[in-house]
Design a protein around this ligand. Structure first.
Ligand code: HSE
Length: 345
């Protein structure tokens, strides 16, 4: 036991370092120092990887050691491994899914038991699903970190400022929202999605409705469901516990065993150039606000659906920008993506 990083760095017998302190600094400096001291590094820390994946990968390569991070996305699900395996022979053109156990647990409990957001969040914290600061879970930033890592690997790029891309969380969802969506045959989930086309990619974190028969709607508790679409493999779904002490530890140990058995993971240098395109994907949205938002949305077809304004076929990036303006006037406003095959009325 030590609380001095230098003792670990200078210990010749320590050849693998598992970083589990979380956050950006000093985790970033410690990981880099461990790699530069010729030690393999394993981490579950998605916040630091989302920013420094290329830097860590370059440092590992330069020092002839491994940098593995299976537990950072999807908890116990072998998602990174599955994605990397798909990429050995395929072009992965899109990724989408439920990347956050805490928000899924909250939405699931609200739908099943009609419990309030605040009460269920407390339960998720007690079960050890939530981040130290749970706003990362409910405001979508944890999903953004995991989506950024997945997209970096899938497209071999280095996304900068991923937390400035479209992110809208579930902080403002109410029991009446959940009930209304249920009555219409939908479940609401917080999802992350990205798609590439040519040299462009898009990226969004947002609440979305799913028809009750879909896999997403049937993903309960702290489970995650992450899907990729490959040119030859088609759709592949990865399902399992996305948060929690034991599933996360399981993924960390898998990485340690890979190092022991000298199993190499996919080589990526993250140096492909692609442009983020906010107009690449269009969607339908339900917007709930106490203020009149029609003026902001006048370029799009609108229809009233109960307490919600339905916005038809708006570019995803623009919808998120408009919601930022709406939230300034109405802090409790909410929006949700609606699948095109599932008109709510
Ligand atoms: N807080 C995260 C979640 C932990 O709820 O998904 C796993 O990354």
């Amino acid at each position: 036991m030590t609380d001095d990083i230098n003792q670990i760095l200078d210990d010749q017998e320590t050849d693998v370092v598992v970083e589990a302190i979380g956050g950006i600094e000093p985790a970033h400096q410690y990981i880099l120092a461990a790699l530069e001291h010729g030690k393999h590094v394993i981490t579950a820390n998605k916040a630091v990887i989302a920013i420094y994946l290329k830097e860590f990968t370059d440092a590992a390569e330069a020092n002839n050691v491994k940098f593995y991070f299976e537990a950072s996305v999807g908890g116990g699900i072998p998602w990174i491994q599955g994605l990397e395996k798909a990429l050995r022979i395929d072009n992965v053109n899109s990724i989408s899914g439920i990347f956050n156990g805490t928000s899924n647990f909250i939405l699931d409990q609200m739908s099943r038991n009609g419990e309030t957001f605040v009460k269920v969040l407390k339960k998720a914290q007690e079960l050890g699903y939530a981040e130290a600061d749970p706003s990362a879970d409910i405001d979508g930033y944890d999903v953004a970190n995991k989506l950024c890592i997945s997209a970096d690997i899938a497209y071999n790029i280095d996304i900068k400022d991923h937390q400035d891309l479209p992110i809208f969380g579930i902080r403002n969802i109410t029991c009446s929202d959940v009930k209304y969506f249920q009555q219409k045959g939908f479940s609401v989930k917080l999802i992350g999605r990205t798609r590439q086309s040519g040299n462009k990619f898009d990226y969004a974190v947002e609440p979305a409705l799913f028809l009750n028969r879909t896999l997403e709607a049937n993903t309960p508790d702290n489970y995650n469901l992450i899907s990729l679409n490959g040119d030859t493999i088609g759709k592949l779904d990865f399902f399992g516990q996305g948060a929690g002490m034991l599933p996360t530890a399981n993924a960390v140990i898998q990485d340690i065993l890979d190092i022991k058995e000298q199993k190499s993971h996919l080589k990526r240098n993250f140096d492909k150039r692609m442009e983020y395109c906010p107009e690449l994907t269009k969607g339908n949205y339900l917007v709930r606000s106490k203020t009149d938002v029609r003026g902001l949305l006048k370029n799009y077809e609108l229809s009233q659906e109960g307490a919600y304004l339905m916005v038809h076929q708006i570019p995803v990036g623009e919808m998120h920008q408009i919601m930022k303006v709406v939230l300034k006037a109405d802090k409790s406003a909410f929006m949700v993506n609606v699948p095109s095959q599932g008109a709510v009325a």
